[in-house]
Write a protein that binds this ligand. Structure first.
Ligand code: FE2
Ligand code: FE2
Length: 326
């Protein structure tokens, strides 16, 4: 389908975006803020509260901390996400970020929520005293400078396949980090991870819903976008943090999340599995030849990734980047 027709589809489902915002999204005035979860500097007991925070995070393993830092850096790259989203064709043809159109409003609501995730994790990690904040801040700056290339080529269908996948991946990552924090005795951190994961779940729901509407209007186009993104593989947005450097911070982070089960190749397969089932790919009928081929490809894809995940050896050597040397 030509881009012009895709833009028509995007415009035709805009009413559903507005409805999702009105029914499912919190108004920013009612939303939690990072400071709700952090010691207050003006509190006379501030020092004791920070000591208590440091005490409870002290048993969280380095590996969990590295993965938390990686999650946080991913969140902190959010200016790139708002840019990415508004550059998708059909989303913001007026080129006005303050536009009241539902798609543009969605882009702001979504990224304004993400902004709090980065802030909260950043401040918590700063207070923990265990993180080399300067190294972390350099990674954030470099990642923002490098930008993100989610390989969606400005195509909104590709964009929503990407974000459906990525929001689910992010949710899994925060949930699993929370479980490990809880196991290590940091219940406050576990709660923070769960609160963030809850919002990722709403973002995932939104993108799957938007993409579902595309499948209803243009099943062949939706299938072809799904296949295209799966063939390119979903790259994590933080993967460009190493670009142009000799450092391998992203690789170390990815190795750690694989090794300790925060986000693994099995999760990658399970997300494909979930999305194929959620969008009822097996039930799509009256497809073009290309659509039929895409459907066949997608219906066996998760199994292929599950098998691959079984064969993947966990990395033996992992480096704990971003942490203060003991
Ligand atoms: Fe987030
Ligand atoms: Fe999100």
């Amino acid at each position: 389908m030509a881009f012009e027709e895709k833009i028509e589809v995007i415009e035709s489902i805009e009413c559903h975006v507005g409805q999702f915002i009105d029914e499912k999204m919190l108004d920013p005035k009612d939303s939690w803020q990072p400071s709700d979860f952090l010691p207050d500097f003006s509190d006379i007991n501030f020092v004791d509260k920070v000591k208590a925070l440091q005490q409870s995070i002290s048993n969280v393993p380095d590996s969990v901390l590295v993965s938390l830092v990686g999650n946080m850096i991913t969140e902190e790259a959010l200016p790139s996400y708002q840019t990415f989203f508004n550059l998708l064709k059909g989303i913001n043809e007026e080129r006005n970020v303050a536009n009241t159109r539902s798609w543009v409003r969605w882009s702001r609501l979504w990224t304004a929520e993400e902004n709090r995730h980065g802030d909260l994790l950043n401040e918590y990690l700063y207070l923990s005293g265990r993180v080399d904040m300067s190294a972390v801040e350099k990674s954030i700056q470099r990642l923002l400078y490098n930008g993100i290339d989610l390989q969606t080529m400005g195509d909104p269908y590709h964009g929503f396949i990407y974000t459906s996948f990525q929001e689910r991946a992010t949710k899994i990552s925060h949930v699993n980090t929370g479980k490990l924090a809880y196991k290590s005795g940091d219940t406050a951190l576990a709660k923070i991870c769960n609160i963030i994961a809850g919002e990722e779940a709403v973002h995932e729901k939104a993108y799957k819903f938007f993409m579902g509407k595309i499948f209803e209007s243009d099943p062949n186009g939706g299938l072809s976008a799904f296949v295209a993104m799966m063939k390119k593989k979903i790259v994590m947005p933080a993967s460009l943090m190493d670009f142009g450097t000799k450092k391998k911070q992203y690789l170390n982070y990815a190795n750690v999340t694989q090794k300790i089960g925060i986000y693994t190749s099995h999760d990658y397969a399970s997300i494909i599995d979930h999305l194929v089932k959620f969008w009822g790919i097996d039930k799509l009928r009256n497809l073009s030849d290309e659509g039929n081929r895409a459907q066949d490809f997608l219906l066996t894809l998760a199994d292929r990734y599950y098998k691959l995940a079984e064969r993947i050896q966990d990395p033996t050597e992992i480096q704990f980047v971003w942490l203060k040397k003991a």
